[in-house]
Ligand binder design. Structure first.
Ligand code: SF4
Length: 331
């Protein structure tokens, strides 16, 4: 990524990563800000400017370090080195309060965050798994900061524990030679190519994602697949049949043997509709009045009977191709 402009908290230059970024982007305008959470100039922008705001980079210091309990692949969701992303998935769950936090924010105090991870892991009487990628896409972030090899190597200083993160990108080369000791769970999010092209703007193609999965498995990482979010367009069965067939054909035998699958149905919101209608007027409308129902606070999800049909269908199709016991959960 080559940002159009960088907004930065001046204290970031007290950190090694802050310096590294300053050198890396020395020929780009750097504008000082007081707080990465509240950049007035950006807060006032119109929704129609959403795509151009994605070309900005915000660099700050993460102040909130509270872990949230989780009971899926990980034990805790950990606020880590970035928030937001440069891609523009129409349903992105990181979009909040209109466009205030849609852009990529990098946090340079990684030593502090790593120290806390190691201490929490060592203190626990059982092996904990930490989800470090719930606020951004770390594979994308890594192309700017190099934080992933740094993270994987430094986390090995803890006596136990695992890290996990999901991605929609394929730039995994820097991870392949690392000595990870089996303590990293890599999860690739997939969707039918037609949905990637129309609703996951700026992310990797399905073909490249499948190639990245196979490379990570060859490098002995534990690898999972997220079918997420399942988007129930009118021809959803045809689209997801094609996806499952491509996975069956493209995934290596080693991956098929060890993989697990998480399945998450899309939720959508009034905020998404508003931003997307003004920022991407030509884009596909993910809201479907007949198929969706309100879930409170301006949110929508698929109607229970449609969702139940989706779960049963996916279960049957996945078992038929990949065998029983591969699905970790539906959400
Ligand atoms: S890749 Fe992930 S973080 Fe980036 S826009 Fe898409 S859903 Fe959001």
């Amino acid at each position: 990524m080559r940002p159009d402009k960088i907004y930065f908290e001046p204290e970031v230059l007290d950190y090694d990563l802050g310096h590294q970024l300053k050198e890396q982007f020395h020929d780009i305008e750097w504008k000082p800000i007081e707080n990465h959470n509240n950049i007035e100039e950006l807060r006032k922008k119109e929704n129609s400017e959403f795509a151009s705001m994605k070309q900005l980079l915000i660099i700050g210091i993460r102040k909130t370090h509270k872990y949230s309990e989780n009971h899926k692949v990980s034990d805790y969701l950990v606020p880590y080195t970035s928030s937001g992303c440069t891609a523009m998935c129409l349903y992105c769950y990181l979009v909040c309060n209109y466009n205030k936090c849609s852009y990529l924010r990098l946090f340079v105090n990684r030593e502090q965050m790593m120290d806390r991870l190691i201490r929490t892991s060592n203190k626990s009487d059982r092996e904990l798994t930490f989800e470090i990628g719930s606020n951004s896409d770390l594979v994308l972030e890594n192309t700017i900061t190099g934080n992933l090899p740094w993270t994987i190597e430094n986390f090995l200083q803890s006596k136990k524990g695992k890290l996990t993160f999901p991605t929609k990108f394929n730039m995994v080369e820097p991870l392949l030679p690392l000595s990870h000791q089996g303590r990293v769970i890599f999860r690739m999010s997939v969707n039918p190519q037609q949905i990637i092209s129309s609703a996951e703007v700026g992310t990797a193609s399905l073909k490249h994602r499948i190639e990245a999965i196979n490379k990570m498995v060859e490098a002995d990482y534990k690898v999972g697949i997220l079918i997420a979010p399942v988007i129930m367009l009118e021809d959803w069965k045809a689209l997801y049949t094609e996806l499952l067939d491509q996975l069956m054909e493209g995934l290596s035998e080693k991956m098929k043997k060890q993989m697990f699958i998480e399945i998450i149905f899309m939720t959508y919101s009034f905020v998404h509709r508003k931003i997307n209608s003004e920022a991407f007027p030509e884009a596909i409308d993910l809201y479907d009045q007949d198929r969706m129902t309100g879930r409170g606070m301006g949110k929508y999800c698929y109607r229970p009977e449609l969702r139940a049909e989706g779960e049963a269908w996916l279960l049957g199709e996945i078992e038929r191709r990949f065998g029983k016991g591969k699905i970790l959960y539906f959400s």
